[in-house]
Design a protein around this ligand. Structure first.
Ligand code: NAD
Length: 434
């Protein structure tokens, strides 16, 4: 790869290849070290997950040459900033011994639900700790993430996701899990068995990867794209035994057509993924109204209209999942993308606004915000810009479409009932907008 050649010649450190998930792969490739601050509440659940997955784990002091596939620390018991010393005491002796592709996970209590300001401050402080650890261990292809779990939250699907190689490119993220038990799948390798998923923009790129991943997890997938993409769409659907729906989501009739199709053929939908999106870049002064309107319409207003139709017509089945694709541009902004960034920030707004509405129906809505993902689009970038884009992340490389897809599959899991209202970046902890 010319990018790698140039970065070697420049003496830049070489990134560690990321391990990605393959069916049957063990959760961890070595032992985990687990620990907890006094008064913490989640360690028994952590042990349950490690036992259920046949993972080795250790507690307490270890031989100096012991290395770890994961460090999991339960910090839910921190009630003051003095308590942060426990975090130092656990991690300081072992952080250098995290393996390549290792995982650091800190469990905290949501600061906004704390009983006292001091507890809230201590819990909030964990974000800075975890994000810095991500930057220290990224060169090894290892990641660090923080999970804020409310009382009675079900952490299993989230813990499995962040410990596994499914989360290879998700780094430096903060996930909130609300109260309530999900439905654990009978088979964690096929969590979507018997479920119906629809993915928009599924004929290629990230959408095709999402469709493949949801099908791998057991779902019947309806792949939607514009009629012009019909051949590619059929090819993708054939690969995974899915069905196709040729619709332009900006058409006035599209929401009704989609809802009717889902209700008639499948009695509704379990997982709806808004992935279709376009860019029409120009600086604002040079952007004609057509470019502004086209991007707003595909990326944002169509989604709103489809969501309304799904919710008003009972097409989203009980325990349903809506997942939408934002972008790092929607968080950081991007020169020449005022239209695109507006829509992608609007997508995050959609998640924030609809999460309580969906919670009332026992459903969820979450977003992924991809960073630099290796696609046809990024392959066309000038080599310097491309290499810089990759190296802006803690993992010093770009992600793959499957990294976005795996994150969506975690949201879609029936056990993820408490994972609602999150926007999770799939960006390898990119510096932009972090
Ligand atoms: P892509 O252009 O390869 O695929 C988008 C798909 O959406 C295409 O198949 C297209 O035909 C379909 N589509 C466009 N308009 C449509 C319409 N009106 N109705 C139905 N389908 C329509 O793009 P991609 O790179 O795979 O991106 C997928 C999503 O991820 C988009 O929402 C994009 O904004 C987002 N994203 C991508 C990246 C990246 O690095 N590629 C980064 C951040 C976010």
């Amino acid at each position: 790869m010319p990018g790698r050649f140039i970065s070697k010649r420049l003496g830049l450190p070489q990134p560690t290849p990321l391990r990605r998930y393959e069916p049957g792969q063990p959760l961890l490739q070595g032992p985990a070290l687990i620990g907890a601050a006094p008064g913490s509440r989640l360690l028994p659940e952590v042990e349950d997950v490690l036992q259920a997955t046949g993972s080795d784990y250790l507690t307490g002091p270890q031989a100096e040459d012991q290395r770890f596939a994961a460090l999991v620390y339960d910090a839910t018991g921190l009630t003051s900033t003095e308590d942060l010393s426990h975090v130092y005491e656990f991690f300081h002796p072992v952080i250098k011994r995290v393996d390549r592709n290792g995982r650091v996970i800190v469990l905290g209590a949501p600061p906004e639900l704390s009983e006292s300001p001091r507890a809230a401050i201590a819990q909030r402080a964990l974000e800075g700790f975890v994000r810095s650890i991500g930057k220290e261990i990224g060169q090894k292809g290892a990641t660090a993430n923080l999970i804020y779990a409310a009382q009675d939250a079900d952490i299993e699907s989230t813990l499995r996701f962040y410990l596994s190689s499914r989360s290879a490119f998700v780094d430096g993220q903060v996930t909130r899990i609300g109260p309530g038990r999900g439905t654990p799948p009978k088979d964690w390798e096929k969590p979507l068995d018997g479920k119906v998923a629809l993915v928009t923009g599924a004929s290629r790129g990230i959408g095709a990867s999402i469709a493949e991943t949801l099908a791998r997890d057991g779902a019947h997938v309806v792949l939607l794209d514009i009629p012009k993409q019909g051949d590619e769409l059929a090819k993708e659907a054939n690969k995974i035994g899915g069905s196709t729906l040729q619709v332009d989501i900006t058409d006035g009739d599209a929401p009704r057509e989609i809802v009717d199709y889902l209700k008639d053929r499948h009695g509704g939908v379990d997982v709806f993924v808004h992935n279709a999106g376009i860019t029409q870049d120009k600086t604002l002064g040079n952007m004609d109204e057509g470019k502004w309107n086209a991007v707003l319409s595909v990326n944002l207003t169509s989604q709103e209209r489809i969501n309304d139709a799904l919710l008003q017509n009972g097409a989203l089945k009980p325990g349903g999942r809506i997942v939408t694709v934002s972008s790092m541009s929607g968080i950081a902004g991007n020169r020449g993308q005022s239209n695109y960034a507006t829509t992608k920030a609007g997508v995050i707004g959609t998640v924030d606004a609809l999460a309580p509405v969906l919670a009332d129906q026992g459903a969820t809505i979450n977003a992924v915000a991809p960073g630099f993902i290796e696609t046809q689009m990024t392959a066309k970038m000038p080599i310097g810009t491309r290499e810089a884009g990759r190296r802006m992340s803690s993992l010093a490389q770009g992600g793959l479409p499957v990294d976005v897809a795996e994150t969506i599959a975690w949201f879609a899991n029936p056990a993820s009932a408490g994972v609602n209202g999150n926007t999770v970046r799939v960006c390898g902890q990119n510096l932009l907008g972090a």
